[in-house]
Design a protein around this ligand. Structure first.
Ligand code: ADP
Ligand code: MG
Length: 326
């Protein structure tokens, strides 16, 4: 069991940002409205995620740290229609196998006390009742303290914290209804309003001055049931890398070469200038046309018809750029 967890940890927990991603996704699945992330030493020394979601009972908290104990799918066929971000039931046991992990959680039922569970290198060292408000707080310390070979692959704290900043930015853009805070070495470095306005979330993250350069995207293909919304920057605001591009498919932040390529091709078919637009592209596609279980970190999806997605994104972008105000 502990060995399996350590092996799974190799796939799920690549670096501190993978932990932040998994824990924040759990907080989102738990219907949180406020999620606060605190890190020190680039997340290698310390990560704390606190949410105000539905919390867990004492029994569920103890189950959650066991492998494949997901509460989110009950039968294999649910995978085809999955709507939660998590479904593999691997994140908590994988993280707890390679760190000093603790969880404090209290169910939203107005009667339960909070539960505290501590796991050090995969071994449960403490379970008890505790004080605490409704929701869940997870602390992860000393990542890879028991797997020194893997610790060597981590980069400097400043590189690791920029990976965390990056992934959190994208998750915040995918969830404008949730207020996120990132505190790095006691400094507030990211804060979003959670007012359900993507444009406000964007300007909180990238600065008010980008507002005039944003073009809204509204695309719909009713035959294939593909919808695309979001924002693109005007050709006057191009960036030097793809770092300012966020692609979301059915509420999940993903990496997709073909979507990135469609975006590039559309810009460059109309403009000779080089560079990358700032973009938030939010795709909604029928759940039975994607497979979300193709990557241990769930950062890629497989489209049943990749060409269709490519064409939809390309068209959506061309529409925006050829409108008179662009
Ligand atoms: P998965 O997300 O794939 O189900 P995880 O290992 O990430 O697996 O989490 C295991 C279980 O722990 C989840 O299914 C959920 O029931 C519970 N859980 C984890 N984090 C939270 C949280 N922040 N709030 C409420 N429940 C949580
Ligand atoms: Mg999860």
């Amino acid at each position: 069991e502990n060995t399996a967890n350590k092996i799974a940890a190799g796939e799920v927990v690549e670096r501190p940002s993978s932990i932040v991603k998994e824990l924040v996704e759990n907080s989102i699945d738990a219907q949180s409205k406020n999620i606060e992330i605190e890190i020190a030493e680039g997340g290698i020394g310390f990560i704390r995620i606190t949410d105000d979601g539905i919390g867990m009972s004492s029994e569920d908290a103890q189950l959650a740290i066991l492998r494949h104990a997901t509460s989110k799918i009950s039968a294999a066929e649910d995978l085809a229609t999955i709507t939660s971000l998590g479904f593999r039931g691997e994140a908590l046991p994988s993280i707890a196998a390679v760190s000093k992990f603790s969880l404090t959680t209290r169910l939203h039922d107005n009667q339960s006390l909070a539960t505290y569970v501590e796991v050090v290198g995969g071994i449960t060292t403490d379970i008890r009742e505790a004080g605490g408000s409704v929701g869940t707080s997870i602390v992860v310390k000393d990542l890879f303290f028991n797997t020194p070979a893997r610790k060597k692959f981590l980069k400097t704290p400043s590189t690791e914290s920029s990976h965390i900043h990056d992934i959190l930015t994208k998750i915040a853009l995918a969830n404008p209804n949730i207020a996120f805070k990132l505190i790095n070495n006691n400094r507030l470095v990211l804060s979003t309003p959670g007012n359900n306005q993507l444009q406000d979330t964007l300007t909180n993250i990238y600065g008010q001055k980008i507002a005039p350069d944003l073009l809204p995207v509204h695309y719909e293909n009713t035959i294939d049931n593909i919808k695309i919304s979001g924002y693109l920057s005007k050709p006057t605001l191009l960036k030097s890398s793809r770092q300012w591009q966020t692609v979301i498919v059915n509420a999940r932040v993903i990496n997709s070469r073909s979507i990135a390529k469609a975006l590039d091709n559309a810009y460059h078919s109309l403009l000779p200038k080089s560079g990358y637009p700032l973009a938030v592209l939010n795709l909604s596609v029928p759940t039975d046309t994607i497979d979300v279980n193709v990557h241990p970190q769930k950062s890629e999806v497989k489209f049943s018809d990749e060409q269709k997605i490519f064409r939809a994104v390309y068209k959506a972008v061309i529409e925006v750029l050829s409108a008179p105000h662009a």
